[in-house]
Design a protein around this ligand. Structure first.
Ligand code: AP5
Length: 234
């Protein structure tokens, strides 16, 4: 399945500040297109909870709301993109986050002649981000998200999807979220120009219900190719 038509696989980057809904929408798009959802934040969190060397290196940066150094992230992504399941494409969530990361990705994909086809930019203002994230609760195992008071798990603190524990992420306190937003504006926003210059940037309004946003995102992708093979998740 391709965004551009033909036989090329779907290769999409999800760009937007913390809390824009990248993770939520990535999971739905990945399901709709039958491709893996690659979320660098999730990979780091799994490594932290498993106590790996990578997790130990990443943890302090994540807890402070800082970016993990480029060389660590790029090495991890290089390894992930070498796995067999990316043959039909992927949804990249949370990577790249700096211009050097984007340049490394471009080189990596040029080597295998499979460039990124589209970058979806999720637009949302900072106050809405803080509102969403401070009430977010996340499954420690599968990363499913809930919202305290609005969309809680059916059984208290237990994931509906996999039955594991649902908690508040260490970096989801208001102070850390505000710092993550500053980091986003300073280090990640320049990617908008980077991808605009390459003609790849497309806007998706991130306000409205989760279903509304999914519909908009799928519409943008459908403008480039055939309809998705599967219905998105409810
Ligand atoms: P990461 O896990 O990638 O965090 P993030 O980008 O800050 O994104 P979030 O997961 O906070 O938000 P999201 O946009 O996915 O929103 P979500 O769908 O959950 O990264 C964490 C850390 O890892 C970084 O700070 C950094 O340290 C490190 N890291 C990761 N990648 C890196 C890289 N490439 N380079 C360097 N360091 C890296 O939605 C948010 C909430 O809102 C949820 O509760 C959801 O249910 C709700 N929601 C979603 N959509 C809607 C809607 N339409 N209406 C109402 N609520 C909604």
């Amino acid at each position: 399945m391709s965004v551009t038509g033909g036989d090329d696989p779907l290769r999409v980057i999800m760009l937007g500040p913390p809390g824009a809904g990248k993770g939520t929408q990535s999971a739905r798009i990945a399901l709709a297109y039958g491709v893996p959802h690659i979320a660098t934040g999730e990979i780091f969190r799994h490594n932290v909870s498993d106590g790996t060397e990578l997790g130990q290196k990443a943890k302090s940066y994540m807890d402070d709301g800082e970016l993990v150094p480029d060389d660590i992230v790029v090495a991890m992504i290089r390894q992930r993109l070498a796995e067999a399941d990316v043959a039909n494409g992927f949804v990249l969530d949370g990577f790249p986050r700096t211009v050097p990361q984007a340049q490394s990705l471009e080189e990596l994909l040029a080597d295998i002649d499979h460039p990124i086809e589209v970058v979806l930019r999720f637009a949302i203002d900072d106050d809405e981000v803080v509102r969403r994230i401070s009430s977010r609760r996340t499954c420690v195992e599968c990363g499913a998200t809930y919202q305290a008071g609005v969309r809680p798990p059916k059984v208290d603190a237990t994931c509906d999807r996999c039955g594991n524990e649902v908690v508040q992420r260490d970096d989801d306190t208001e102070a850390v979220v505000r710092h993550r937003l500053e980091v986003y504006h300073r280090q990640t926003e320049p990617l908008e120009f980077f991808y605009w210059q390459r003609g790849l940037l497309r806007d998706v309004e991130a306000i409205g219900t989760i279903d509304d946003v999914t519909e908009r995102a799928l519409k943008v992708l459908a403008e480039y190719e055939d309809p998705p093979l599967h219905e998105p998740a409810a």
